[in-house]
Each structure stands twice: as structure tokens, then as C-alpha cells.
Design a protein around this ligand. Sequence first.
Ligand code: FAD
Length: 251
Amino acid sequence: MKVLIVYAHPEPRSFNGAMRDVAVDTLRGGGHEVIVSDLYAMGFNPVVGRGDFTRPANADVFRLAAEQRRAQDDGTYAKDIADEHEKLRWCDTLILQFPLFWFSLPAILKGWVDRVMGVGFAYGGSMWYENGGLRGRRAMLSLTTGGPPSIYGPRGRNGDIELILWPIQNGILRLVGFDVLPPFVAWCPARLSSEERVVYLKEFKERLLEIPETPPIFFHESGDYGEDNSLMPGVDPRPRFQRAGAVAGSR
Ligand code: FAD
């Protein structure tokens, strides 16, 4: 595999940092190629703006989508974005490694998505879902939480983790074409003993080595939808919560 890990934690000695190190060592040890985008260490700018382009299409009015289209066509993306595009084109597997912040991605990682997953590169026109710009690649979320599994169950106060991850797994990864593998969730590492944390790292290692054989999460294909983009009569909706095998470490 050619694996791109986009890692978003400011502290290398964090549990996320440990997971990143385990991923790099395990995958390289298994003969795979790995590149890491360490967003905090890179000082990655997460804010979209005119600086995303070396030559603006419209110097008066800033229209992000139009600028992205143009930059895609004439190769005038800023270097930090062009570099991430190159890594994404290179990889066949993307892992996003992050702590859950406010039920979502840390801002620096959300900003990476905003700036890198541009119109014309990742999506746009008929280029979405199974026809997205990054089709043919797989992606997996690897995250940590502050809360325990019970609070993220179907009856949990925070809501089902599958529901919380839907905007990322469907709204970002699937929309731009990835086959999305079940996430690896390391629940509340800060509340565990060091022995329990070591077990998590071992489970994570096993999941990483299983990536090539892991079936992706089910998403409906475009043919299941009518012109109004709702499921056609006779097509059963995907199960609301696809839990089976979706979340590791739910001890
Ligand atoms: P750390 O606290 O860095 O690590 C946990 C423990 O693991 C530490 O004791 C560390 O020393 C130890 N460790 C490090 N390396 C190793 C190793 N190699 N082996 C064994 N142990 C090791 N949580 C939610 O559930 N939902 C939210 O919506 C949410 N929103 C948040 C918003 C913000 C702005 C912030 C700051 C936090 C939020 N949290 C939320 C909590 C956050 O998700 C957790 O604090 C985070 O996921 C924990 O991961 P970490 O890598 O930071 O753990």
C-alpha cells in the first residue's frame, strides 16, 4: 500500500502521537510506503483565502470555487496545497489521525479539507461520491475521544458515534470518492491505565495490517437514487446505524 497519514495533534507525546508512530512503524514494517502530513508541525494554514492561489482569477471579488477550478486547470495552486494534492494522488490509502474535537475534526484538519479537497480536484459537477476525484482509494478514520463508548452508543447522551462521524465519512470522504473503511476509535485513552492503552495500540496494529482485506462501509451507488437524489422506490435505505464491526475497542 501507499499510505498517507494526515495527523492532527499538537503534542507528539500524546496518545494520537503514539498511534501515528505505531501506524508508521507497523505499515513500513509490513513493506508498505508511508508519508505523514503532520499538520501542526508543518504549521499548516487551515484558513481558505486568496493566498491559496498564485494568480487570482478575479482580483476584485474572491469566489473560492471559481478560484479552485481555475487553479486546478492552470496549475496555480499555492505550494502547500499543491504538495498535499501530490500526496493524495500518490496514495492508495488515506488515514486521518485525530482527537475528536466538538464532535468533529480539529480545526486544523477541517481546514486541510477545506483547502485541499478543492473543486475540480476532489469533487465538482458529476465528480462526486463513487465518481469523486479520489475514487479508487480507500480511507479510514483513526480517532480518540474524551468520552467512553457508552456515551456514544445508540442510547448515549452524545449520540451514536456512527451518526457523529457521518458528516466526515459520507460528507467528505465518500463524497470525494474514497471507499471508506470502518473507523478505529480509541475511546477515552486519558481515562485508561497504561496497560489498557497498550492493548489499544496492539488492536490498532492489527487493524492496520488488515486494511487490504477490510471491506468498506456500505454506501448507496448513484444508480440507487432518482433525479431528486432520494432513493428510488423499492430501494431499501442503508441501515441507519451500521455498527457491526465498525468500531474497534468497544470493550
Ligand atoms: P492524551 O491525553 O495525549 O493521552 C492519553 C494518555 O495516553 C496520556 O496519559 C499519555 O501520556 C498516554 N500515552 C501517550 N503515549 C502513550 C503510549 N505510547 N503508550 C501508552 N500510553 C501513552 N472528547 C469527546 O469525546 N468529544 C468531543 O466532542 C470533544 N471535544 C473536544 C474539544 C476540544 C477543543 C478538546 C481540547 C478536547 C475535546 N475532547 C472531546 C477530548 C479529546 O477528544 C481527548 O482529550 C483526546 O481525544 C484524547 O487523545 P490525546 O491523544 O490528546 O490523549
